[in-house]
Design a protein. Structure first.
Ligand SMILES: NC(=O)C1=CN([C@@H]2O[C@H](COP(=O)(O)OP(=O)(O)OC[C@H]3O[C@@H](n4cnc5c(N)ncnc54)[C@H](OP(=O)(O)O)[C@@H]3O)[C@@H](O)[C@H]2O)C=CC1
Ligand SMILES: O=C(O)CCC(=O)C(=O)O
Ligand SMILES: [Mg+2]
Length: 433
């Protein structure tokens, strides 16, 4: 067993492991590390853990049960141990493979770097997978939220989130600007004396493993398309390269299962648009996955105006961050937006809501726990515990249909019964059948 210095795993329970076939081996009493989170984290985690336990108990009558292992990060870790991200937390997730977390605070413009990003980078959880679907009855700002059924694959380890940046006026930034101007012939830094500089690494390897995971997901889940979202017209060698590498990988590794818009363009150039349209229609009829791309700005318009055209979406870190919150709004907001950070090679995964700590509501037992509950539902499904996951989805559908909801939905619904965070958890448990 790994050596823990600050907090030990529970006395009973076993490890989830990754088999040589790439499949998880899940014992009946898996040890699952959890981080409660900052701000509203304790409110939503209290409701979510009760709902997850109730679903597992209802589905398996005691035969299966999660052995929860509290690990620490953020404010609670700092208060208890004087560390924002104790090594034990990383060791626990490395050892037990699958974890779940609440949101963690990141100060703006200084202070500690994001612990959420640090966890993803330290454990190389290169895919942030965020499904966006609508539950009947959830209030939405769009006319047809039922047409929104997308799965965002946000690259999690590269891009400007790598944290390579220097503040304006620092010795470091002066060196970087000097280097750019004197050695690289850069003339276009508009205000060199007062600029901060950030660097955006996007690699071929990072792009390929990410896009590969998105296409494999699309194939395994009978999805119709994968859209590569980028701003490659402006950032040619980072976002533009992401698009090109994505298309190349799709054709090289999934040739018989996909049809790409790069292929479409080549056919159109050689034989005309009609031939290209025919080739795409044939590929669609054969059930091939269409690999296409969209520039990020128009993509954000088109997901609103014609959401049915988008399915799996693969993009880089910053685009994925913006897109996750924007799309969540279409299906009821950030209160019902789950996610998972996954390394498909090692099997490590941390499930977490898309939203943050919502500090103004901390401790009020008010916010919607659905995002973290549905992240838990994703985790149960990932473990192969589909019966328990199904119970959560059914309970969610029934509870929302009965208009028993937290404040975020209640303020947009007629005749809703507004309940607290914990009461929404109670209603879900009652509605499991
Ligand atoms: N993965 C993570 O841990 C993440 C952490 N963060 C961090 O969280 C902190 C706060 O970030 P902020 O930008 O305010 O974004 P938040 O997502 O924390 O909150 C913004 C708004 O979203 C709504 N909201 C958030 N969570 C819920 C919920 N569970 N139920 C209902 N509504 C909800 C609230 O809207 P309203 O006011 O309309 O009621 C809230 O004021 C920052 O430090 C940020 O870095 C941010 C994102 C992800
Ligand atoms: O790390 C943070 O504070 C923000 C992270 C975030 O916005 C996200 O994970 O979507
Ligand atoms: Mg975000």
């Amino acid at each position: 067993m790994a050596n823990f210095k600050l907090f030990d795993p529970p006395a009973t329970g076993e490890k989830v492991t990754m088999g040589s076939d790439g499949k998880l081996n899940v014992p009946n009493h898996p040890i699952i590390p959890f981080i409660e989170g900052d701000g509203t984290g304790p409110d939503i985690w209290a409701a979510a853990s009760r709902v997850l336990d109730a679903a597992v108990e209802k589905a398996y009558k005691g035969e299966k049960k999660i052995a929860w292992y509290e690990v620490y990060a953020g404010e609670k870790a700092y208060q208890k141990f004087g560390k924002w991200l104790p090594e034990d937390t990383l060791t626990a997730i490395r050892e037990y493979l699958i974890a779940i977390k609440g949101p963690l605070t990141t100060p703006v413009g200084g202070g500690i770097r994001s612990l959420n990003v640090a966890l993803r980078q330290e454990l190389d959880l290169y895919v942030c997978l965020r499904p966006v679907r609508w539950f009947t009855g959830v209030p939405s700002p769009v006319r047809h939220p039922e047409l929104v059924d997308m799965v965002i694959f946000r690259e999690n380890t590269e891009d400007i989130y790598a944290g390579i940046e220097w503040p304006a006026g620092s010795d470091e930034v002066k060196k970087v600007i000097d280097f750019l101007q004197k050695e690289m012939g850069v003339t276009k830094i508009r205000f060199p004396e007062t600029s901060g500089i950030g660097i955006k690494p996007i690699s071929k390897e990072g792009t390929e493993r990410h896009v590969r995971a998105a296409i494999e997901y699309a194939i395994a889940n009978n999805r119709k398309s994968v859209t590569l979202v980028h701003k490659g017209n402006i950032m040619k060698f980072t976002e533009g390269a992401f698009k090109n590498w994505g298309y190349e990988l799709a054709e090289r590794e999934f040739g018989d299962k996909v049809f790409t818009w790069a292929q479409y363009d080549r056919i159109a150039e050689e034989s005309g648009k009609e031939a290209a349209n025919e080739a795409q229609a044939k590929a669609e009829a054969e059930g091939k996955i269409i690999i296409k791309d969209a520039i990020a700005d128009i993509f954000l318009q088109q997901v609103l105006t014609r959401p049915a055209e988008f399915d799996v979406v693969a993009t880089m870190n910053l685009n994925g961050d913006y897109i996750s919150d924007a799309l969540a709004a279409q299906v009821g907001g950030i209160g019902i937006a789950p996610g998972a950070n996954i390394n498909f090679t090692t099997g490590h995964a941390i499930f977490e809501a898309t939203h943050g700590t919502a500090p103004k509501y901390a401790g009020l037992d008010k916010v919607n726990p659905s995002s973290v509950i549905l992240s838990g539902e994703m985790m149960l499904r990932h473990l192969g515990w589909h019966e328990a996951a199904d119970l959560i989805i059914k309970a969610m559908e029934k509870t929302i249909a009965s208009k028993v909801v937290t404040y975020d939905f209640a303020r947009l619904m007629d005749d809703a019964t507004e309940v607290k965070c914990s009461e929404f958890g109670d209603a879900l448990i009652k509605n499991m059948e």
